[in-house]
Design a protein around this ligand. Structure first.
Ligand code: F6R
Length: 249
């Protein structure tokens, strides 16, 4: 319990350090001829990290040939090419820049029928097991404490599944979807148990808007009310925050 390492640093430094850690792990695996399974979050927070990974690829020859990219979540009911899908977002902000074909990434298709989603979720968990699990999972924090789209109330034992998005999560997405009516109501997300099985968890939270949820993540009892508190149960988890997110500065 409470093994979470908290690192206070400006966002650009966090991006550089985490990218360097990921690069080291990718290279170590590649030397053994093994794949590295990298878990990706979407959203504003990891943009600096992905830009730095793309720079390492471009300027320092970091190869992603042995990287399998796995996403945390995806909206439901979106056209596969819709730029607002997490699939398109991940291509635009990382995969295309580092030469990982989207076919080599494990991302829920955004246009599946509900019944097919259930089968996809089961197959996804099996695929992860076959890959040997996620080596490092990047996470952001929702302002209600969600990780992935595990909204408040999500059980410690939850697995990859279809979920209903919380009102505040949909509200936070209105700009992207041209108003609340356009925001998808459901999504597929890795479960809490799925996320906690990753060997390393690296969560990022920057800016004043994350101050309240960072404090609650660190101080409130571990449990489904604030899913991000489950990070404190993981043996190799780190939360990188800047001074404003920590309530300083
Ligand atoms: C995105 C995801 C979410 C975000 C969280 C923070 O794939 O799973 O949990 O990480 O909502 O979003 P930003 O970074 O936009 O504040």
């Amino acid at each position: 319990m409470d093994q979470l390492e908290v690192r206070v640093q400006p966002p650009d430094q966090a991006a550089r350090e985490l990218a360097a850690e990921i690069a080291g792990l990718i290279r170590a695996r590649a030397e053994e001829g093994l794949a590295f399974v990298l878990g990706l979050a979407t959203g504003r927070t990891p943009l600096g990290l992905y830009a730095e990974l793309a720079r390492l690829h471009r300027e320092e020859g970091l190869s992603f040939e042995h990287v399998v990219a796995v996403n945390l979540d995806e909206y439901e009911g979106v056209e596969p090419d819709d730029p607002r899908s997490f699939r398109a977002w991940t291509r635009a902000h990382l995969l295309d820049a580092v030469g990982v074909p989207v076919e080599r990434a494990l991302i829920p298709p955004p246009d599946l029928a509900v019944a097919a989603e259930v089968a996809w979720c089961r197959a996804f968990e099996e695929r992860l097991r076959a890959l040997g699990g996620i080596d490092l999972q990047v996470l952001g924090l929702g302002r209600n404490g969600h990780i992935g789209f595990n909204e408040p109330g999500s059980a410690r034992e939850s697995r990859t599944r279809r979920v209903r998005l919380a009102p505040e999560t949909r509200q936070d997405a209105v700009d992207t979807w041209d108003g609340l009516d356009g925001v998808p109501t459901h999504a597929i997300t890795q479960g809490i148990a799925t996320i906690l099985e990753a060997r390393r968890l690296r969560a990022l939270a920057f800016g004043l808007a994350k101050r309240d949820i960072v404090r609650r993540t660190l101080e409130e009892p571990v449990g489904p009310r604030i899913p991000a508190t489950f990070l404190r149960e993981h043996p190799d988890a780190r939360l990188c925050v800047d001074e404003p997110a920590l309530g300083r500065g």
